[in-house]
Design a protein around this ligand. Structure first.
Ligand code: FMN
Length: 196
């Protein structure tokens, strides 16, 4: 599969099979994040991988899921089997949101290439997780990627109207609206001068 095909195939997964994710794959995910692009090559990111069942149980309550699906979060039989936390070491750089985003995408794609689905999670209880993960003072938790073999197959759909909210259809399949290419791609200039 080409990288383009993998990117088209990737959808956020929020329901997971209860089957462990191999540690060597988790390590390769972090390695792919480690060697990714970094502004000024400062490389301020560090990672905490959680894969032991007891530690997974400690993490889950401090994560928030699917804001557009009211009152839903993964049930006990569909929770992630591993988590990769992306930390920013403030001693190296105060804030590195772009490095973090690139790292998260590298993790998702390396995992998906081996059949493992993921959900990037930004809604985290930072104070609680700092304690669970023993994060030192000079590091901030930025994003987390939850991982596991998929137990759902969300689909990408074109947007109808203005809503970007994902939803479950009558079969329970998650439908994820995407803006049309023609609405976001501008060749050479955004618009002719008369509209600026
Ligand atoms: C920076 C960032 C933060 C996100 N935070 C959450 C989150 O806290 N909880 C969640 O369920 N999904 C979260 N997501 C997943 C998005 O909801 C998802 O990417 C979006 O709905 C599009 O779906 P797709 O990834 O299948 O294209 C986040 C994604 C990104 C990039």
């Amino acid at each position: 599969m080409t990288v383009y095909e993998l990117i088209q195939k990737r959808r956020t997964i929020r329901r997971f099979q209860q089957k462990s994710v191999p540690k060597d794959l988790l390590e390769r995910c972090v390695n792919a994040a480690r060697i990714g692009p970094s502004g000024a090559n400062l490389q301020p990111l560090e990672y905490i991988v959680v894969s032991e069942p007891e530690q997974c149980q400690q993490v889950f309550p401090h994560t928030a899921w699917a804001g557009y699906l009211p009152d839903w979060s993964p049930g006990p039989e569909e929770r992630p089997m591993a988590y990769i936390f992306i930390l920013v070491n403030r001693e190296v750089r105060a804030n590195a949101p772009m490095d973090v985003g690139i790292a998260a995408e590298n993790i998702t794609l390396v995992a998906l290439a081996e059949g493992v689905g993921s959900c990037i999670i930004g809604s985290l209880d930072h104070d609680a997780l700092r304690k669970v993960l023993a994060v030192p003072k000079d590091c901030d938790i930025s994003l987390m990627v939850a991982l596991g073999y998929p137990a759902e197959q969300p689909q990408m759909v074109g947007m109808t109207g203005d809503s970007i909210k994902y939803y479950r259809d009558e079969d329970g399949t998650l439908q994820v609206p995407k803006r049309a290419l023609a609405d976001v791609l501008h060749w050479e200039q955004y618009s002719d001068d008369s509209k600026v």
